[in-house]
Design a protein around this ligand. Structure first.
Ligand code: FES
Length: 104
C-alpha cells in the first residue's frame, strides 16, 4: 500500500466524486456534503456500474445504473441488496487528498 496523490480537496465537488485511474481499475474519491472523504473502487457490486456517477446522500451513494445504495464507509450494498466493493483509506494534508492504494 502507498499513499497516492488525488489532487486538491477543492477539485472534488461536494456530494460528488473524482476518479483516479490505477493499475487495478478506477478508484472514486467521494466527498460528502459535510466534507467527509471516502475512496472506493469505481465499480458497483451489482454489475460494475460507475459509482462515481451516482448521487451522494449522507454517507451513501446511489448507483446510477439500477439504484442500489452503497455505504461509502464500508463499500457494502444496503439491504435488501448485498455485495461489497473495495474501500481504501483517504487522508488530507495541506489541502491535498491522498488515497492509500495497493500498488501505488
Ligand atoms: S450496476 Fe449498480 S445497481 Fe446495477
Amino acid at each position: 500500500m502507498s499513499w497516492c496523490p488525488a489532487g486538491g480537496l477543492s477539485q472534488i465537488p461536494a456530494r460528488g466524486a473524482r476518479v483516479l485511474k490505477t493499475g487495478n481499475g478506477n478508484v472514486a474519491v467521494f466527498r460528502t456534503f459535510d466534507d467527509k472523504l471516502f475512496a472506493l473502487a469505481d465499480r458497483c457490486p451489482h454489475r460494475q456500474g460507475p459509482l462515481s456517477q451516482g448521487i451522494v446522500h449522507g454517507t451513501k451513494v446511489t448507483c446510477p445504473l439500477h439504484d442500489w445504495v452503497i455505504d461509502l464507509s464500508t463499500g457494502s450494498a444496503v439491504a435488501p441488496d448485498s455485495g461489497c466493493t473495495s474501500t481504501y483509506p483517504v487522508k488530507v494534508e495541506d489541502g491535498l487528498v491522498y488515497v492509500d492504494l495497493p500498488n501505488g
